[in-house]
Design a protein around this ligand. Sequence first.
Ligand SMILES: Cc1cc2nc3c(=O)[nH]c(=O)nc-3n(C[C@H](O)[C@H](O)[C@H](O)COP(=O)(O)OP(=O)(O)OC[C@H]3O[C@@H](n4cnc5c(N)ncnc54)[C@H](O)[C@@H]3O)c2cc1C
Length: 319
Amino acid sequence: MSVLIYIEHAGGTFKKTTAEVLSYGAVLAEKMGTEAIGLLLGDTQEDISQLGKYGVKKIYQVKDAGLQQADNQSVTKVIADAIAQLKAEVVVFSNTITTKAIAPRLSAKLKAGLVAGAIAIPDVSNGFTVKKNVFSGKAFADVTINTDIKIITLNANAFTTIVGIGEAEIIPLTVTITASKIKVTGVQKIEDDISLADADIVVSGGRGLKGPENWALVEDLAKLLGAATACSRPVADAHWRPHHEHVGQTGVAIAPNLYIAIGISGAIQHLAGVNRSKVIVVINKDPEAPFFKAADYGIVGDAFEVMPKIIEAVRKLKN
Ligand SMILES: Cc1cc2nc3c(=O)[nH]c(=O)nc-3n(C[C@H](O)[C@H](O)[C@H](O)COP(=O)(O)OP(=O)(O)OC[C@H]3O[C@@H](n4cnc5c(N)ncnc54)[C@H](O)[C@@H]3O)c2cc1C
């Protein structure tokens, strides 16, 4: 029996959430008195063994070339095969766009209970109960999984990475890769410097910025802070910004350490995608804007007056 941690990578580069999920899985395995093992599909240009510092002693790697063309259904079958071979009892994923497509399929295939969006180490004192956010982060639910195999996806930023010492042993794993009925004909990648889903800091603009011609205020601050840029839905709907920047209930859900919202009212649908941010700063000229209720820090003021001053202050700080 073991806790199997799926090590996601983007074209061979580990994600920020990799460290979090490995630490989480290692702590869980220790609590269960079992071992934590990693599963890596494909190859990476990074040093895999250094992931051992997050608490995994063994990482099983599937290198089959067929994986490069594999769609989510095939990947699910590969993971199911690995689970059977490695006799994993618990499988842990980061809660990402990719694993949102894999974990439910795996759950159905293995008839395994799934808790998506876990925010804490499960309570294993009497069964297996996992805490998660519900109602867009407005409440918690404790969900007990009773199946033999249990699947968890861990929310980004919900568990603090634990860095120790040690290297992981890399063990090749051979799995059956079945031909899929789905053919991937092309992959279009967004070439942003910083991926919105993984960004530590996000600077976001809303309709209060009046038009795309004013986005330098968002971009300049983002560049200085090493942040990703985001926007509210009407901004993307009006084509002021690309749709992949739209955050919220119908857009990307993010959980950065710092979210700066400029000229965004803070509608419930917007908050649903950003309220897991560690610190929220709101800049809005309306003191009654609902976003101030969710903010850790707020500036009541006109963005066109406030933003140049903030940009200048950050620039001075950096020089
Ligand atoms: C089913 C459904 C799903 C939705 N999903 C999403 C979603 O995923 N994400 C999302 O964002 N929205 C979503 N919406 C839309 C949401 O309800 C709001 O309409 C939207 O978030 C408002 O965007 P906004 O805050 O940019 O614009 P507005 O509501 O127009 O607010 C603009 C804000 O800017 C402020 N402002 C104006 N001028 C200035 C200035 N010069 N300086 C500073 N502040 C200024 C105003 O005081 C105001 O608070 C959804 C709606 C529905 C019905």
